[in-house]
Write a protein that binds this ligand. Structure first.
Ligand code: 13P
Length: 344
């Protein structure tokens, strides 16, 4: 492992004004997204859609530091035969790869999940590195349902252990791990419950990373924000989300970590942007705070595209706009009235 080189990549992933595009939806998830816009989830349509984004000039050259890909996309070629990985590199962005293989029910813990994919991971990482991947992602999923005793100690520890095993294998393969322990925002819990559970998850995860000798300078953390559950009657304000998320992260994430790139987790586009902006306005933070959004970057371009070639320019404009808004938010320079200007 060359830590200086890993650190260089990690720092580039969270460079000022830049963030990550999570375009690594599994075949099942992208089908759900395409169903919503009435597009068949064929291999060609998935390729055309991703190619549209990766050729989106302003977003890719100015605001997107790296793109997380799904295995199928990683090996796909654009219509003109250029590998999609090359398109990303040519735009000055870094190709990344989702390497977890989804979730399975966790034995003994009804309603809880463990992320799988460690078997043969080192061989897979080697192939991805040769194919151009310089970072990877592994997502652990933690639900909140306090009445059912969820999350359990078992779910948090087994998932943290797997995340650290993955991260250590990545660094050994000279690939920067994005460590993503996602506490879901689907429940009816309030923001303080989310805070307490996420703090528990992050502290456990960093303990495991330490036990498994993961170099913090060569990783990026991808957490959820401290936020009210979607079904909660009490929705926290933008300021409260920003203040509590920053406090929580300061309590859990060592400053050796170069950057934190949030998932959007079901927040609306503008909420995800406003929250990131408010956190960066607090300032004086020991790490970079930026985005690694999937839905919050893609919902608008997906809708604008709707599977039609003639809509590609409008879809790219929508993607450029969201990437620009989040770039501003990563510097604490976003303003709500910029949203209506659709500048890029
Ligand atoms: P969302 O921003 O849609 O939550 O996706 C980010 C991601 O990569 C989840 O693993």
């Amino acid at each position: 492992m060359n830590l200086a080189d890993l650190n260089k990549i990690a720092v580039a992933m969270v460079a000022p004004g830049r963030g990550i595009l999570a375009a690594d939806e599994s075949s099942g998830t992208i089908k759900k997204r395409f169903d919503a816009i009435g597009v068949e989830s064929s291999e060609d349509n998935r390729r055309d859609y991703r190619e549209m984004m990766f050729r989106s000039k302003n977003a890719m050259t100015k605001h997107i530091s790296g793109v997380i890909l799904y295995d199928e996309t990683f090996w796909q070629k654009a219509k003109d035969g250029t590998p999609l990985v090359k398109l990303i590199e040519q735009a000055g962005s870094i190709p990344g790869i989702k390497v977890d293989e989804g979730t399975q029910p966790l034995p003994g813990c009804p309603g809880e999940l463990i992320t799988v994919g460690l078997d043969k991971l080192s061989e897979r990482l080697k192939k991805y590195y040769e194919g151009g991947a310089r970072f990877a992602k592994w997502r652990a999923v933690i639900d909140i349902d306090r009445a059912k005793g969820i999350p359990s100690h078992t779910a948090i520890h087994t998932n943290a252990h797997a995340l650290a095993r993955y991260a250590a294998l990545c660094q050994q393969a000279q690939i920067v791990p994005i460590v993503e322990p996602e506490v879901l925002m689907d429940g009816a819990h309030d923001i303080d419950t989310c805070y307490a559970v996420t703090e528990w998850v992050l502290k456990t995860t960093f303990q495991e990373l330490y036990h498994q000798k993961v170099a913090l300078e060569g990783m990026v953390l991808k957490p959820n924000m401290a936020i009210s559950g979607k079904k909660s009657a009490k929705q926290a304000s933008v300021e409260e989300v920003a203040e509590k998320t920053v406090r929580m992260l300061k309590n859990c994430v060592p400053p050796a970590v170069p950057g934190i790139a949030f998932l959007s987790g079901g927040q609306s586009d503008e909420e995800a942007t406003a929250h990131l902006d408010a956190m960066n306005r607090i300032g004086d933070l020991p790490w970079k705070l930026t985005f690694s959004y999937g839905r919050a970057l893609q919902a608008a371009p997906q809708k604008a595209w709707s599977g039609k070639t003639e809509n590609v320019p409008a879809a790219q404009k929508a993607f450029d706009h969201r990437a620009y808004m989040n770039s501003l938010a990563s510097k604490g320079e976003w303003k709500a009235d910029l949203e209506s200007k659709k500048a890029a």
